[in-house]
Design a protein around this ligand. Sequence first.
Ligand SMILES: [Zn+2]
Ligand SMILES: [Zn+2]
Length: 146
Amino acid sequence: MRMRTLTRTLDILRSSGIRITPQRLAVYESIAVLDHPSADEIYENLRSVYPAMSVATIYNTVERLVQEGLVHVITVNGKRRYDFRLEHHDHLLCQQCHRLADFPDDLPPLGTASPKEVLAEDGKWAINQQTVIWEGICPRCMNLRR
Ligand SMILES: [Zn+2]
Ligand SMILES: [Zn+2]
């Protein structure tokens, strides 16, 4: 599942050459726990534990993790969100609370030609990465509406 063990996390950080501080570890762990957070959301999550940590520090730490290939960036509505899972996967975006969730791995294929195939046939595009975001209303927001 999503959570890597602390030992594994430390191994990953060590092998990347990043100096491990409790703050950096906390930022990395936050990305795993918060499910595609923005830098602001990581800040909110860590504010009570590390009051001295600024949004700028968190942003720099996260971008360093991105540089090292430990975290992926997904830009949603112009905002950078951070993904802990490194292998390709699709996302679900809630239009109400902007929660970004991983698209379930166990759904059957939807049976439509992929945009990549269509664009390649057209001869104009070479697609290197396909990002699909399924938008709708998440279960939490559905419950609030009732
Ligand atoms: Zn929602
Ligand atoms: Zn994801």
